[in-house]
Design a protein. Structure first.
Length: 279
């Protein structure tokens, strides 16, 4: 076994690289201004520059970098990170210690299921303006789109609402929803207009348009159940009165195209008008 002690090793022409075709084994510290090829073993110090094809980093080292750009990453342990701009998950996101939204709000598309109590502060309902249109039989249809809102307002005109339509009633599984309409009676109710008579009571003629798999289905004609031993819900005959009319639409989980799978219940709390004392 021989030993060579030199300060500098150069190629034959003095300007090229020195080749070690059988490899080289170094014990101790190796210092290099650059490195090309595979590197096996431990590295102490800083690695700078560009790795054009780095692979096979194993073990348990701590890596500190400024930016990482890649196609995919798999982590088997805990991933801790701060100040993430966007998180786009194609699967399920599980937050084991809770979820906190500190700004911007949360927009959720689809069905949200809560397995424990839902406690919310400062909930404000979105009150939408109900719309009407004439059907093929020239009946006035009051359309309530349950996918847009469950609270509506509507100012009566000099006519009667013939049909109350509940559009996009969820019918993928058994369930129910309450929709409330704040009516303001017309300035004149002469001739029985304004749904004041039993023949044109609210809920006498209803249409349920189920929503299955995100798509609206063909409308189903039915009528509502009325409480209090009455047979209809009519609006006040006093012009300017405000009244709350609430409908509960129940889907029992049966055939979603069958009218027997739906029950509608209607109640009224009405004849609200300004008090005689105060401003």
């Amino acid at each position: 076994m021989s030993e060579i002690r030199v300060n500098t090793i150069k190629s034959e022409n003095g300007g090229g690289n020195v080749s070690f075709p059988k490899g080289i084994s170094v014990t101790g510290v190796t210092t290099s201004t650059s490195f090309v090829g595979d590197l096996t073993g431990d590295v102490t110090g800083d690695l700078t520059g560009t790795a054009t094809n780095a692979s096979g980093l194993t073990g348990s080292p701590n890596i500190t970098v400024t930016n990482i750009t890649g196609v995919a990453a798999t982590f088997s342990g805990v991933l801790t990170y701060d100040d993430v701009t966007n998180v786009d998950s194609v699967g399920i996101v599980t937050a084991r210690s809770g979820l906190r939204v500190v700004g911007g709000g949360a927009t959720i598309t689809g069905v949200t299921t809560f397995f424990n109590d839902l406690r919310a502060k400062g909930v404000i309902e979105n009150v939408s303006a109900a719309t009407t249109f004439y059907d093929a039989n020239t009946k006035v249809v009051l359309e309530l789109d349950l996918s847009a809102s469950t609270t509506y307002s509507y100012s009566m005109g000099a006519f009667n609402i013939g049909i109350v339509s509940f559009k996009n009633m969820p019918a993928d599984a058994q369930g129910g929803t309450t929709v409330t309409v704040l009516f303001t009676q017309a300035s004149a109710t002469t001739g029985g207009v304004g749904n004041t008579q039993s023949i044109v009571g609210l809920g006498t003629d209803c249409t349920v348009i189920p929503n299955v798999g995100g798509a609206a289905q063909t409308g189903i004609s039915t009528r509502a159940f009325v409480g209090g031993g009455s047979t209809f819900v009519g609006l006040s005959t006093n012009p300017g009165d405000k009244e709350f009319v609430s409908f509960f639409v129940h889907y029992n989980g049966g055939t979603n195209t069958d009218a027997n799978s739906y029950d509608i219940f209607v109640t009224k709390n009405g004849q609200f008008r300004p008090g005689s004392v105060g401003v």
